[in-house]
Design a protein around this ligand. Structure first.
Ligand SMILES: Nc1ncnc2c1ncn2[C@@H]1O[C@H](COP(=O)(O)OP(=O)(O)OP(=O)(O)O)[C@@H](O)[C@H]1O
Ligand SMILES: O=C(O)[C@H](O)COP(=O)(O)O
Length: 404
């Protein structure tokens, strides 16, 4: 019936597809769960569709959340499997375990072109084990369910886990369409970006993201820094930052980046004004936002957004960009009073004449929350950690294993 890249004729074959179906769910009063954003499920459809159309018996393996190696009802993939069926327009069988009796019976019952989803792979301790033998033993069980493997969960390719890495060592394998498309966009960003190439970094995982700066200083023309990262840079420049997010042990690293940027002619743009409050927003306390100069943050205040002057300056710095990568919100966008900096950057990205890429779960969520149309952005990556690690120049185990 049909070929699938690298695997030859897949008609009648059982093909295990690793997808990233890790979507946000909201518990309902009736005990059910509602999917609040199905982007990752939609992004997984083309590969599954193509394999099913080629006559394969498609077995989807995926994780949801971070259960600790044992079943937990709230992390069940059942509602996700139902949504996948709606999107595919065909029935999707669901196995109530990942490699046990239910999985084996479900897979055995598949006809050509039919699709099944296995229960959350992280209900099994072998999936995320750091012990190669334990992971390998679990991968053996997964591999026994299929004749071939397709890796399509871009959001997890930076994880050395059984269903991402070890199973590819055990079966004929190929890269899925989503992983190929994501890698292609990121490759363009890292290898031959059209210039000016501007990177916007924000968010709260400061130490996670400093490594990206190291790598990008040699590549980007401008780095715009907002979000929780700002304050470590401001402090490194000698300013007081009050109660703002601060990574004391990264001050020297930030100083070295500022020096390297100055030496190499890369522009690091830091905010000149900050929206502060005396407390982190919580509960029913009404926020009391106040705009202050970035070098005059009061001792009893904490920075929660970049100010309007900085938002305008960031937008201006993005106006002539031909390539943009944005990861991490500029402020605590979940609260309206601190969302304007993120809005200014998102708005500027929609006007970029060139390639604009948004990576990261919270950045993508911010776009949706602030009411932007996703199609106004060049590419919204389904992987946060994965896209950052790629840009950092790190080897992604789930990609490397396919290439070896
Ligand atoms: N000044 C700030 N102080 C504290 N938190 C902040 C600040 N600015 C932004 N944040 C928070 O940063 C969080 C997002 O940061 P994160 O680094 O996780 O972004 P992301 O990379 O898009 O998401 P992910 O890594 O989950 O894919 C948001 O919840 C936001 O409220
Ligand atoms: O949500 C994500 O970034 C991916 O699904 C990976 O999930 P993880 O960080 O729990 O491995």
């Amino acid at each position: 019936m049909g070929e699938y890249a690298g695997l030859g004729d897949v008609a009648g074959k059982r093909v295990l597809v690793r997808s990233d179906l890790n979507v946000p769910l909201e518990a309902q009063p009736d005990g059910g769960q509602t999917i609040t954003d199905d982007k990752r499920i939609r992004a997984s459809v083309p590969t599954i569709r193509e394999l099913a159309d080629a006559g394969a018996r498609v077995v989807v393996v995926a994780h949801l959340g971070r259960p600790k190696g044992a079943p937990e009802e709230r992390y069940s993939l059942r509602p996700v499997a139902a949504r996948l069926g709606e999107l595919l327009g065909q029935e999707v069988a669901f196995a109530t375990d990942t490699v046990g009796d239910s999985a084996q019976e479900t897979v055995a019952g598949l006809g050509d072109g039919q699709v099944a989803v296995l229960e959350n792979v992280r209900f099994n301790p072998g999936e995320t084990s750091k012990d190669d033998a334990e992971r390998g033993a679990f991968a053996d069980q997964l591999a026994a369910l299929a004749d071939a493997f397709v890796s399509d969960g871009f959001g997890v390719v930076h994880r050395k886990q059984a269903s991402v890495y070890d199973v590819a060592l055990r079966l004929p394998h190929a890269m899925g369409k989503l992983v190929a498309a994501e890698i292609e966009v990121l490759r363009r960003l890292t290898e031959s970006p059209e210039r000016p190439y501007v990177v916007v970094l924000g968010g709260s995982k400061v130490s996670d993201k400093l490594g990206v700066i190291d790598n990008l200083l040699g590549k980007a023309d401008k780095l715009l820094i907002g979000g929780g990262m700002v304050f470590t840079f401001l402090k490194a420049e000698g300013h007081e930052v009050g109660k703002s997010l601060l990574e004391e042990d990264q001050l020297d690293t930030c100083r070295s980046y500022l020096q390297r940027a100055a030496d190499t002619g890369v522009e690091i743009v830091l905010p000149t004004d900050i929206v502060v409050d005396t407390e982190f927003p919580s509960g029913d306390r009404e926020p009391q936002p106040q705009v202050v100069a970035a070098d005059a943050i009061p001792a009893d205040a904490l920075g929660l957004d970049i100010g309007p002057e900085s938002g305008a300056a960031f937008a201006a710095a993005l106006a002539d960009a031909r390539t943009v990568f944005w990861n991490g919100p500029m402020g605590v966008f979940e609260v309206d009073a601190f969302a304007e900096g993120t809005r200014a950057v998102a708005e500027a990205l929609t006007k970029v004449d060139g390639l604009s890429v948004v990576g990261g779960g919270d950045s993508a969520a911010a776009i949706v929350r602030l009411g932007f149309d996703e199609s106004a952005f060049g590419h919204i990556s389904t992987g946060g950690g994965a896209s950052l690690e790629y840009l950092e120049g790190k080897e992604l185990p789930g990609i490397k294993v396919l290439e070896d």
